[in-house]
Ligand binder design. Sequence first.
Ligand SMILES: *Cc1c(COP(=O)(O)O)cnc(C)c1O
Length: 412
Amino acid sequence: MHEFNYAGNELYCEKVPVRKIVQEVGTPVYIYSSITLRNHYQAFDSAFAEIPHIVCFAVKANSNLSILRLFAKEGSGADIVSGGELFRALKAGIEPQKIVFAGIGKTGEEIAEALRSKILMFNVESPLELQKINEVAGKLGLKARVALRVNPDIDPKTHPYISTGLKKSKFGIDIKRALQEYQLASALPHIEIVGIHKHIGSQITEVGPFVAAMEKILDLVARLKESGIEIKYLDAGGGLGIRYGEEEPPHPRDLGAALLPMIKDLGCTLIFEPGRVIVGNAGVLVTKVLYLKSGETKNFVVVDAGMNDLIRPSLYDAHHEIVPIEKRDAPQMTADVVGPICESGDFLAKDRKLDRPEPGDYLAVMSAGAYGFTMSSNYNSRPKAAEVMVEGDTYSVIRKRESYEDLIRGEV
Ligand SMILES: *Cc1c(COP(=O)(O)O)cnc(C)c1O
């Protein structure tokens, strides 16, 4: 459920007409619903209320400070993958003891920053990284809390670019070698083993892969226990999918119903790292129609948002619904909705049936709250879009539209 609905012919975010925002802030603009953000966070959190757990919002899905602050107030932790995300999470008031740090390329500096900030744990992706963490912690006179990211070799049945738990993936430590790696880790003087981590991919629309991966993890947890290694934190990663078009992904409570019986007597604190499922449908990207153009075989709707604003269609062939912010009686057409970037891969939709818009109309690209703004760039020297958060009948700009001066900041 989300808070982008029509009243009559007009699209609203909560109680604010989208038209009002675009008239005042311009386009392209990301608009987020604070009610939806909170509802989605709470739906996830309450699905696991039965057992001790921490929801660590995956900052890479949407890292705007105001959004992180909203989650911090809800009690959320953070799943980070860089020093920059650590900086944002702390700045937003997320408690360090609820921060977990993943990623296969953590630098020595990032490791030191995280140790000094006293984060909950590192999710370690390789034996050499573990040694590096041990070394950095030793220099700082600290002990690093770690989980090993285990690769359970489970197919999440999603796009290859967002599958992370298969044998051929660059992520994690092969589950067959995990016991041995844990034993090596337990001998390192500046390492404290506290957890186990897995994350098998993103936009997963069935419960099955989560259950299959959990079975393998639990088997490993039991073997670790036999060899004297206690797991306090079981980090199940993120990856729950959302509805972009026709998908019917499970509700967080379905995930809870499937997983809780497996883990509730384990005595571990469960960690989840949801990103997309919390923010995806809480945001839209609104763009203005510039031109209509008919090619030999195709129609094009040229809009003022491109792949630099929302790269998911170009990168993943992702589907986003596109709707007018004001419905009117118009004939249907089939068209590619394309941006102004000088690349043929710059499109928001291909062969899409839509009401024929007119130049000057505004279109809302739905489900753009996750991996939208965070993956945006300045390609073609295009300033990044503004971001707006709606709260009931008011809204605020939570990131100013970039200026041309912003584009050249730091250049000499
Ligand atoms: C990207 C990522 C997540 C979040 O994935 P979603 O599909 O957005 O829930 C969680 N954990 C790790 C380690 C990730 O890389």
